[in-house]
Design a protein around this ligand. Structure first.
Ligand SMILES: *Cc1c(COP(=O)(O)O)cnc(C)c1O
Length: 379
């Protein structure tokens, strides 16, 4: 199956009881057994639920993996991954990381004796110098949030294999429409399904996808033992959203390109961060590992003043000022004071996250309206 066919058909079968085309919302916590242990594959909905199973199978197919696991949020999925580790283990992660990931690593797991090192990964070869005998996991996201840096997944996978380290890729920004990290050698793909995968800003959910059976079993054990699982209603909404992923992403990419090119020429703009520009430091890697460049764009204003950024954000009509990204509607945000407020300012500036940086999640509205909105807001 090609990608667009998979988004519609993978994992979903007409309901065996009624023939319903759409997987029903199995709103049940438990399942009747004929005799103790004699059941139809479902015992208790924290462990398995048919609506969740359909979604997990669809996600596994889209990422070219063998196993999918869903969680009540992206953070619950991240939580499950780190629980594969033990005190003394070390994780190397990119310094330009989703704020919530940075927070759970440093504020929750560090106190249990797991060590995290945050480094730039623009030149992937430099990662090798940070590996110790305790390094067990390499954690990256690409494109990164919000600086839109690109990290070489294949290069990271080679280093991880050589040192027998697990490579985890947070694929939230790209989605499998743009890149499939498991095909590039990653061991584990993580998603905040809340963003592009759900696509309609109406559900919070997360997922993990792997190829390896043993790893899948260890994660399924954690999923059931710790219990951060989603309900069937949310799984249904996600399945519904996924069916248009390819169409939405195509338009996000087209609109993203138009917005990036418009902003690049604007007199009030200092620089535009978008991997589609040839001037982007890792444009070549983006071309190789991604199908297109996505709809996430960051803009730094001339003078780099936070007040100017806030003024622009307040004037937008169609770009709604809100946390999150990846919905059909355009959103904008100010990472320094919103999503990344939990990262200390010194750390932020060191990583290149300036005070006037505005992050745009370009939606799938008509591009003429979006460009007019940018025009009036930048004034
Ligand atoms: C939103 C997000 C998360 C966290 O996911 P939630 O669904 O909000 O818990 C993790 N990584 C990235 C890149 C995100 O954008």
């Amino acid at each position: 199956m090609k990608f667009g066919t998979k988004t519609i058909h993978a994992g979903v079968h007409p309901d065996p009881a009624t023939g319903a085309i759409m997987t029903p919302i199995y709103q049940t916590s438990t399942y009747a057994q004929r005799s103790p242990g004699d059941h139809q594959g479902y015992e208790y909905s924290r462990t398995h639920n048919p609506t969740r199973t359909a979604l997990q199978d669809a996600l596994a197919a889209l990422e070219n993996g063998n196993y999918g696991l869903c969680f009540a949020s992206g953070m619950a999925a991240i939580d499950a991954v780190v629980k594969l580790l033990k005190p003394g283990d070390e994780v190397i992660s990119t310094n330009d990381l989703y704020g919530g990931s940075y927070r759970i690593f440093t504020k929750i797991f560090q106190q249990y004796g797991i060590k995290f090192t945050f480094i730039p990964m623009g030149d992937i070869a430099t990662v090798e110098g940070h590996i110790t005998q305790n390094t067990k996991m390499l954690w990256l996201e690409t494109p990164t949030n919000p600086l839109l840096n690109i990290i070489d997944i294949k290069g990271a996978a080679e280093i991880a294999k050589k040192h027998n380290i697990l490579l985890v890729v947070d694929n939230t920004f790209a989605t499998p429409y743009l890149q499939t990290p498991l095909d590039l050698g990653a061991d584990l793909v993580m998603h905040s399904l809340t963003k592009y995968m759900g696509g309609h800003s109406d559900v919070v959910m997360g997922a993990l996808i792997v190829k390896d059976e043993d790893l899948a079993q260890r994660l399924a054990f954690i999923q059931n033992a710790c219990g951060g699982t989603p309900g069937p209603q949310d799984c249904f909404l996600l399945l519904r959203g996924l069916k248009t992923l390819h169409v939405r992403m195509q338009r996000h990419c087209e609109n993203g390109r138009a917005v990036a090119e418009y902003l690049q020429k604007h007199p009030k703009v200092e620089k535009v961060l978008w991997p589609g520009f040839e001037s982007h430091p890792n444009h070549q890697i983006a071309r190789e590992q991604m199908r297109d460049f996505g709809g996430m764009i960051s803009v730094v204003l001339k003078g780099d003043r936070q007040e100017d950024a806030i003024q622009v954000l307040e004037k937008f009509k169609y770009f709604t000022l809100a946390e999150s990204l990846g919905g059909v509607e355009s959103l904008c945000g100010h990472p320094a004071s919103m999503t990344h407020a939990s990262i200390p300012q010194a750390e932020r500036l060191k990583g290149g996250l300036s005070d006037s940086l505005i992050r745009l999640s370009v939606g799938i509205e008509d591009i003429e309206d979006l460009l007019a909105d940018l025009e009036q807001a930048l004034g």
